[in-house]
Design a protein around this ligand. Structure first.
Ligand code: ZN
Ligand code: ZN
Length: 87
């Protein structure tokens, strides 16, 4: 992957599992939410299960579990496209 996420607009915050999809191209379901800043936050089914296990709230140590990465809008679109390959 050559993208260095230098695009200023359309940044997205994704969990490390989704981020892996940029290199391994394995489709993963994407769950999204928009934060108070209007930025896109996205995470995978593993992280969603983790959240549900905690009563539907992100626990204090969630950041360690998600290991969130910042990617550009183009890469985010790639992940969305990839996830649409799931039947
Ligand atoms: Zn990128
Ligand atoms: Zn995840």
């Amino acid at each position: 992957m050559n993208c260095r996420h230098t695009t200023v607009s359309g940044l997205a915050y994704v969990c490390n599992h989704l981020y892996d999809g940029l290199t391994d191209s394995i489709p993963r379901h994407i769950y999204t939410s928009t934060d108070s800043e209007g930025d896109t936050n996205a995470y995978c089914v593993v992280c969603e299960a983790y959240r549900l296990d905690n009563g539907g709230e992100w626990p204090d140590d969630a950041a360690m579990f998600l290991r969130v990465k910042v990617i550009c809008g183009d890469c985010y679109e790639r992940l969305v496209k990839l996830s649409s390959n799931i039947g």
